[in-house]
Design a protein around this ligand. Structure first.
Ligand SMILES: C[S@@+](CC[C@H](N)C(=O)[O-])C[C@H]1O[C@@H](n2cnc3c(N)ncnc32)[C@H](O)[C@@H]1O
Length: 351
């Protein structure tokens, strides 16, 4: 894609968004989903005023350094066809690790997120790294209206959050507390999680050009770990990922005073969702140990799972973790070939 086309992308966004401030197109619709509270984000930006992004992250939140900068997080991008440069929409880009990955591969990025603070960070990082091909949009991805523009769409760790309308500060959200009253009121007007996810995926589908590729990553609801009692990573409750939804809802209302809305799926359910959204060519992959930091990605097929091999996993520390997440996983995947119980799912779907 030429420099002229890159400028056209900015022009295209100007048509959709009248307001533009400090490098971010503004829709007026904002939300909040972050690992940091708003107060912490303010403190972080004070440090960013005097430091480059990496130094600021290292000193203020070293626990997120890898999450933000590690190129290992980009592994799934290699499943896409990069033979030509194109336009990529990163839906729910957050701090932008995948936007940066795609920009470095020569593509032109529209990074959309509801959380202005996260986009501000990505803006600073893009400027520092001279990535002029990243355009930022502060909008609700359930409402965007991009049509036939993208060669790639990224939905990484985002689909499950689509039905969630309350603000999320990750650590607080995991605590089992929330205002039932507030939730009850908002839920009256909310559609069912699956319906909201399909209508979002339809928007993603519409945003792609013909032959455009969607890369989607999400936890597998049948991950053997969840079956063995590892808590649902979205709500910190056991068994909610795979129990019938109405039962998970009751558990969530009892322990969190809140409906269970962060629905995740099995391979077949997720593919059905994508087909309903319009996608017909869908390739699925098993990802280990989790899509956030993929160490091993193999096709979800009989032949694919034969490629399973042990991999490095820094999170395995205790003997119990070793027993379950190394030896039991080897037994399941290598010997039983039980790929439908792998930890997470990556999909490449083509329009
Ligand atoms: C788990 S993070 C995923 C971050 C990123 N895709 C990555 O792989 O690092 C979820 C992100 O999706 C964004 N998000 C969730 N629902 C959204 C919505 N309705 N509109 C815009 N952004 C949303 C959140 O603000 C958050 O930044």
């Amino acid at each position: 894609m030429t420099q002229k086309e890159m400028i056209d992308l900015k022009e295209y966004l100007k048509l959709h968004y009248k307001d533009y401030d400090d490098g971010v197109f503004l829709s007026g619709k904002t939300g909040y989903w972050s690992n940091l509270s708003e107060k912490k984000n303010k403190e972080f930006y004070k440090i960013l005023e005097k430091n480059d992004c990496k130094t600021a992250v290292k000193s203020f939140m070293p626990q997120f350094e890898e999450m933000i900068f590690s190129s290992k997080r980009e592994a799934a991008l290699e499943l896409l066809d990069h033979s030509k440069q194109g336009i990529c929409i990163d839906y729910g880009s957050m701090w932008g690790v995948l936007s940066v990955g795609m920009a470095k591969r020569g593509h032109h990025i529209i990074a959309v997120d509801q959380t202005y603070d996260s986009l501000k960070f990505l803006k600073l990082r893009a400027t520092e790294e001279s990535l002029e091909n990243i355009h930022l949009v502060n909008d609700d991805i359930r409402d965007v209206n991009f049509k036939n523009i993208a060669d790639y769409a990224l939905v990484n760790g985002v689909l499950e959050w689509i039905p969630e309308t309350s603000e999320v500060v990750v650590d607080d959200y995991f605590k089992k507390s929330s205002s039932l009253k507030k939730e009850k009121k908002s839920n009256q007007i909310l559609k069912k999680p699956r319906e909201m996810q399909i209508s979002f995926l339809k928007k993603v589908y519409e945003s792609l050009k013909k032959e455009g590729q969607l890369l989607l990553a999400i936890e597998n609801k049948l991950h053997y770990g969840y079956l063995l009692g590892q808590p649902d990573p979205h709500v910190n409750l056991k068994f909610t990922t795979f129990l019938p939804r109405n039962l998970s809802n009751i558990i969530s209302r009892v322990f969190r005073k809140k409906d269970y809305r962060t629905h995740i799926y099995s391979f077949s359910e997720l593919k059905a969702l994508l087909r309903e959204a319009g996608f017909s060519k869908i390739d699925d992959f098993c990802c280990f140990p989790m899509y956030h930091f993929p160490s091993l990605i193999v096709p979800n097929s009989k032949e694919g799972i034969r490629q399973y091999e042990t991999y490095e996993n820094k999170d395995i520390i205790t003997w119990k973790q070793k027993l379950v997440f190394r030896y039991f996983e080897i037994f399941l995947m290598k010997y039983l070939k039980a790929r439908n119980f792998c930890p997470s799912i990556i999909i490449v779907a083509t329009k």
